[in-house]
Write a protein that binds this ligand. Sequence first.
Ligand SMILES: Nc1ncnc2c1ncn2[C@@H]1O[C@H](COP(=O)(O)OP(=O)(O)OP(=O)(O)O)[C@@H](O)[C@H]1O
Ligand SMILES: O=P(O)(O)OC[C@H]1O[C@H](OP(=O)(O)OP(=O)(O)O)[C@H](O)[C@@H]1O
Length: 227
Amino acid sequence: MITLALSKGRILDEALPLLAAAGIELAEDPEKSRKLIIGTDRADVRIVLVRASDVPTYVQHGGADLGVVGKDTLLEHGGDGLYQPLDLRIAACRMSVAARADFDYANAVRQGSRIRVATKFTQIARDHFADKGVHVDLIKLYGSMELAPLTGLADAIVDLVASGNTLRANHLVEVESIMQISARLVVNKAALKLQREPIRRLIDALGAAVEGRDAGASCGTPLEARA
Ligand SMILES: Nc1ncnc2c1ncn2[C@@H]1O[C@H](COP(=O)(O)OP(=O)(O)OP(=O)(O)O)[C@@H](O)[C@H]1O
Ligand SMILES: O=P(O)(O)OC[C@H]1O[C@H](OP(=O)(O)OP(=O)(O)O)[C@H](O)[C@@H]1O
């Protein structure tokens, strides 16, 4: 049996078409069911539903053989015991620094001021500001980061940005992009040794599904617009 960990919401929504293209259909709709273990049309593959931030933990400790997880979550957790064979290019967004329009971030950086930064992504933020040589006081939050600069809790935030709608709705501006983010397939290293053939086949099928989807998406796009 191969166990794949997924989280409900955007990862599940965007992973399902890839799984289908790789020949795996879920036996029931996870958004409608309260079940946490969902079978598939393949007797040797099952899905476990966990919180997005728990996916690396499940895979690292063998609660699942594989998982789909955002690069942000993976960097925060650390990659110990995990093999990362595929960028699935789903749940795409970027990690950015944002602040109120009246906070002069560039000037604060230039002056060497200490900046108060609120974020759920403390590891990524710490590494980013250390690389830049910027002094920061990090304030750990678990959600609604956008509120922090509006209430005076922080000068800036480090958060995920996709359309930019959340920042705009809260009158914040993106002042620096840290990195592009997308979801990765992660595999338990020990499981890969023990079940090499079936797991390898699944990785290859998902890799082909990603390539097929992206080749299909670029068909019909004018050549000059293709990346
Ligand atoms: N607005 C967005 N657009 C596209 N991808 C996103 C967006 N926000 C987050 N993501 C990506 O999707 C992943 C899963 O996000 P999701 O909102 O489902 O879980 P979460 O709320 O961050 O996790 P948890 O429930 O464990 O706190 C994130 O880790 C990130 O990689
Ligand atoms: O640029 P946008 O398209 O507005 O997307 C960015 C928002 O998406 C994520 O939140 P999400 O919707 O996942 O809510 P959550 O963090 O509360 O789960 C992220 O934390 C931002 O708030």
